[in-house]
Design a protein around this ligand. Sequence first.
Ligand code: 5GP
Length: 132
Amino acid sequence: MIAHAPSHHPAYTKGMSSSEPSIFSKIVSREIPANIVMENDRLIAFWDIAPKAPVHLLVVPKTQEYANVAELAAGDPQLLAELVGMAQELANEHANGEFRLVFNSGATAGQTVFHVHAHVLTGGLDEGSLGG
Ligand code: 5GP
């Protein structure tokens, strides 16, 4: 018998080109450094390397199985809810509890890392600063 990888294996998941670890998976495994501010068994949060707001954090599922937020919502809605909860906790800790949550989905929408992640932007945003 030939052993088959489970259907949820990253290599078999639409959106991920291979099971090569993403840049964020390398942060999860400590292969590359990041300024990590929060972590649990399923999520990690760290400062964005090129901040676009006074507080600019990324919240990232540890699994790279989902390339974007729509895939995450369809595949594991509970994990998406946990991600939103962590964003709130971060905004409470690093600002006044208010925040903007951005998921770029697709290259023409500005996505550069195809391992789902939320941008948590806070700390004093200008009204009308969305987009660019
Ligand atoms: P996207 O453009 O895919 O929505 O967001 C990717 C984000 O990841 C960008 O805001 C970029 O600055 C950030 N980023 C890319 N590489 C690294 C890295 O190695 N470390 C950290 N902390 N952030 C990164």
